[in-house]
Design a protein. Structure first.
Length: 377
């Protein structure tokens, strides 16, 4: 190891190391995280060689604790053992043998369930680093099913970012075709897709962005007759519709099936976003008990809309989807967020559950609503 006298630690073979571990020696693994992730001694503590000097006294305050150090073959752990002895640790042994023998010699071994494939680990690396997401959160996103009502202005940014960041299944409800006047804001589509069904165009874009994403195309218009069938198999619904009939039909079915709906609406320079979580916050009928006349919800084709506005509102919706799926943060349930693009200001108003709401009020309880699991995918 060195020419200088080195304080003593003892090298052991695998059979003895397994025996010492069973007798209560604390196992310190000085390999790197990636090596640990591939499998490690059950009950061991990971302390990569580069961290040993800085962290050992915090990890093992008792200098008389019996310690068994190992790495892949015994070289790195010999260096660590030498440092430990110099730091005053009195009972240090080093496994001088390949750790691959551990299992064969009867040692207890753990192989963590791999939640992500190597391709997924690379693709979502920046997102997995976020403590609130991690591998489990990414796995949750990959297993999630999100339904977008409309593959237009709001659906475009939502679909792009949900797809890019790994939501596994995107359902699209739209029976419209791509028109030239859509392209100013509906960024899922392009000039080469004019006349194509929006769901087909969206599928092409989504596949190009993330081939792992499953696209489910519903080439139909959402209405009271098909809404329960359409939303039944999904975890979260994103409402990008532009008429009151659809919103009320969606609301009533979503409350009944207990599906959260992320609501967005746009008008010229103004956007609104909120999230309806059945029986936890207000629903659309709590907010608007009676259906306003249709002229109060003029379509973009009549009223006009700023191109970036659905981008901003749609991404606020995507952000809500992530929090709902991951179960983190605070959603907009009970809060209506209003964005004024002209002044670049956000305002928020509180919205409350209405005890008299015909969809989710006192006459209706969560127990009476049909559990979501009763609906087939
Ligand atoms: Zn309600």
């Amino acid at each position: 190891m060195t020419d200088h006298p080195t304080p003593a630690f003892r090298d052991v073979d695998t059979a003895e190391a397994v025996r010492l571990a069973d007798q209560g020696f604390r196992v310190i693994d000085v390999r790197e995280q990636s090596e640990w992730d591939a499998g490690h001694v059950a009950g061991a503590t990971l302390l990569p060689l580069g961290d040993v000097a800085a962290r050992i006294t915090e990890v093992v305050p008792d200098r008389d604790a019996p310690l068994l150090l190992h790495c892949a073959v015994g070289g790195r752990s010999a260096r660590a053992a030498s440092w430990l002895v110099q730091l005053g640790y009195t009972n240090v042994v080093n496994l001088k043998a390949p750790i691959t023998q551990w299992k064969d010699r009867g040692g207890r071994w753990e192989e963590p369930v791999q939640l992500l494939t190597p391709v997924q680990q690379r693709r979502y690396a920046r997102q997995v680093l976020i403590p609130e997401i991690g591998q489990e959160g990414q796995r949750t996103l990959l297993d999630a099913k999100v339904l977008l009502i409309g593959a237009g202005g709001l659906g475009s940014p939502t679909a792009l970012y949900l797809t890019a960041s790994g939501v596994g299944t995107i359902g699209l409800v739209d029976d419209d075709v791509v028109d030239e006047s859509n392209l100013q804001r509906q960024v899922l589509h392009g000039v080469d897709r004019l006349g194509m069904l929006k769901v087909d165009s969206a599928e092409l874009t989504i596949r190009g962005l993330n081939p792992e994403t499953t696209v489910v195309k519903h080439t139909e218009r959402l209405g009271a007759d098909n809404v329960e069938r359409l939303i039944g198999g999904y975890d979260v619904i994103v409402d990008g519709t532009d008429n009151f009939d659809t919103r009320y039909a969606l609301n009533d079915a979503a409350v009944k099936l207990r599906k959260p709906v992320v609501h967005g609406s746009i008008y010229r320079w103004d956007g609104q976003v909120t999230t309806f979580v059945p029986f936890e916050g207000p629903c659309y009928r709590c907010m608007y008990p009676t259906q306003p006349p249709a002229e109060l919800a003029p379509a973009c084709s009549v009223a006009g809309v700023l191109g970036v506005l659905p981008g901003i509102v749609g991404l606020m919706q995507a952000n809500e989807v992530f929090k709902l799926l991951l179960g983190v943060g605070e959603t907009l349930a009970g809060r209506l967020l209003m964005f004024d693009a002209m002044g670049t200001t956000f305002d928020e108003v509180r919205i409350w559950r209405d005890p008299a709401c015909p969809a989710c009020g006192e006459g209706v309880t969560a127990d009476q609503a049909q559990p979501a699991s009763a609906v087939s995918a």
